[in-house]
Design a protein around this ligand. Sequence first.
Ligand code: NI
Length: 136
Amino acid sequence: MIYITRRETFNAAHRLYRKEWSDEENLKVFGACSNPKWHGHNYTLYVTVKGAVDEQTGFLVNLKKLSEIINDKIISKIDHKNINLEVDFMKDKLASTENLAIAIWDELYPEVKNLGALLHEVKVFETEKNYVSYYG
Ligand code: NI
């Protein structure tokens, strides 16, 4: 088994909150990420796929195709957008990094399979200090 990782970056706005809670309650639970007027992060996404090396190409997957899929399914939908309001695969979900990693996994899993590999890990950095890893 061999693994390969593609790194992408995007910028997006969000707010962590429950609408049935007051701003004060949201602030207590979600901190600065509950700012009622939104705020943004510079996200970094690592997508790791696994499989066997193709004898003819020496590749696990065609990285250009993997990059196109990530851009099509994720980056073009989320970059410079509001995650709470504009991103179809995050609709009705709390816009946490955990939920984002799970949603990105769900979007990419079938696409990676079509490339002849398996999705291994989706890693999302919300800041340089915090990241989430999801393995399905
Ligand atoms: Ni935040």
